[in-house]
Design a protein around this ligand. Structure first.
Ligand code: SAH
Ligand code: SF4
Ligand code: F3S
Length: 466
């Protein structure tokens, strides 16, 4: 069946469910775990579900449909899911709530086995490759009261033009490629998201143009390895060219109305010269670039299968900083991977000291069933992992404090996101370098980009003045 046909069939199921739900004023709730790719998938799920007649509620007690979009990159998400599903049993008994669980964790057999065994009241389990079929799964579940397992292990196709309900009116994520081919030895993602496949350039550009027409100002291009994007061969000005990530950045940069472009998550190995030049040339591309390090030790990087050495990483940083004025970097680091010695860990601290990252996302290594890392014998005791994590955190925090000072007195362009969670009288927004800025101002400023003067700094945010 063609992909276009498949989407049409799902649209028919949407109509059928809508008809069944007519006049019932049904509500749904959705819990999303994990990365921005999952958040983008949840926006698609919400789009489908709202077209089927459900309105959103944050209160699970009044939900007729409870959706979970799961992540499995680290262990803590599992406990969270089991806890939440346990809580739902009572609500289901009371009002017949349909429980549907999807996402990355559902691609792991030991998890679905456990769900079947311990939580037999779950109605629908679906994987990462069958998200587009949710209307059909829901229809069958309501109509035939069947339990549904809709998981496939081959790489999913790319389905265009699914309904989507976006969380923001000004910022939008656009997934440009799916999957990962890298098999870093600690990571589960390649097993649950399949091999790399990219959307067609014209489909992506059409989506971004429509977003711009609808008033969106900030676009985040998403992929597990966003800069290994491969748009295939296209014809440009009478010549056949290979359309890569750098071409896409330049084309998105030319779209009128878009003011900021971000992308996550890139791999250092794919920061080729054409990508660096495109970042330099494109005025809308934010000069905060995420460059996942994982470890500063060449020895660990080899065991992790990261495909670069400490020296190559530092050389890439030097080259990027030289080529791109005002560049700042963020990174991901894993502490306590199997076999990490005290010397290896010191190498990581050394890179952090040298690069002075704007932001560091720090993770304690979590063993994932099925990965090479999990089978290694020399696992690090939890206590040592935690001690190293605390040492890294201390270094990072001292650098952030130092770094924040350089913002004081500067003028920053800030995209205003809403009222501050901690103080409803204040507004909050983000700079191009992704710093949170809190300031006083009228609520009309929400969803606009304004200029602020930075007046003071705090560990996790800056204070600004109009
Ligand atoms: N494709 C992206 C994101 C992968 S998941 C990338 O390559 O950058 C996001 C981060 O989670 C990774 O960068 C890594 O730092 C962390 N991570 C992945 N697997 C992990 C594990 N088993 N334990 C701890 N952290 C992990
Ligand atoms: Fe995981 Fe590595 Fe792929 Fe990132 S590049 S998703 S860390 S295997
Ligand atoms: Fe998690 Fe899946 Fe994203 S495992 S990090 S939600 S790709």
């Amino acid at each position: 069946m063609s992909k276009v046909n498949e989407v049409e069939i799902q649209k028919q199921y949407i109509e059928k469910v809508k008809e069944m739900n007519k006049g019932k004023k049904l509500k749904y709730t959705i819990l999303t775990m994990g990365c921005q790719l999952n958040e983008n998938d949840s926006e698609k799920l919400s789009g489908m579900v709202e077209q089927m007649g459900y309105t959103k509620t944050e209160n699970a007690e009044e939900a007729d449909l409870a959706l979970f979009n799961t992540c499995c990159v680290r262990e803590n998400a599992e406990d969270k899911l089991f806890g939440k599903v346990g809580e739902l049993k009572r609500i289901k008994e009371k009002r017949g709530t349909i429980i549907a669980i999807g996402g990355c964790m559902m691609q792991e057999k030991h998890i679905t086995d456990k769900l079947h065994e311990s939580y037999p009241y779950i109605d629908i389990i679906f994987g990462t490759h069958t998200l587009h079929k949710f209307p059909e799964d829901l229809y069958i579940s309501i109509k035939e009261k069947n339990k549904i397992d809709d998981i496939i292990n081959i790489d999913g196709e790319i389905y265009e033009n699914l309904p989507i309900k976006r969380d923001s009116k000004i910022k939008a994520s656009v997934t440009i490629m799916y999957g990962c081919n890298n098999f870093c030895s600690y990571c589960i993602v390649p097993y649950v998201r399949g091999r790399e496949r990219s959307r067609k350039p014209e489909d992506i550009l059409k989506e971004v143009k429509e977003l711009a027409q609808n008033g969106y100002k900030e676009i985040t291009l998403l992929g597990q390895n966003v800069n290994s994007y491969d748009g295939g061969e296209i014809n440009k000005n009478g010549k056949t060219i290979k359309y890569k990530f750098a071409n896409l950045l330049r084309d998105v940069n030319n779209i009128e109305g878009i003011e900021r472009i971000r992308f996550v998550s890139p791999h250092p190995k794919d920061f080729t010269d054409d990508v660096i030049e495109a970042i330099r040339d494109c005025d809308k591309v934010c000069k905060l670039i995420h460059l996942p390090l994982q470890s500063g030790s060449t020895n660990m990087l080899k065991i992790m299968n990261r495909k670069y050495t400490k020296e190559q990483y530092l050389e890439l940083v030097r080259k990027m900083k030289e080529q791109i004025p005002n560049l700042v970097l963020s990174t991901d680091i894993i502490v306590g991977f199997a076999g990490e010695t005290e010397d290896d860990f010191e190498e990581t601290l050394d890179v952090v000291r040298k690069v002075k990252f704007e932001q560091v996302y720090m993770f304690i290594y979590s063993r994932r069933v099925g990965t090479l890392g999990d089978k290694m014998e020399n696992q690090i005791p939890e206590e040592i992992k935690h001690k190293r994590f605390d040492r890294l955190k201390e270094l990072v925090e001292s650098q952030i404090e130092e770094n924040n000072k350089k913002y004081i007195g500067t003028i920053q362009k800030v995209l205003v996101e809403g009222t501050s969670k901690n103080n409803p009288n204040m507004l909050t927004g983000r700079t191009g370098s992704n710093k949170v800025v809190v300031f006083e101002g009228s609520k009309d400023l929400v969803d606009t980009i304004i200029e602020l003067k930075i007046v003071s700094e705090h560990m996790w945010y800056l204070k600004g003045k109009i």
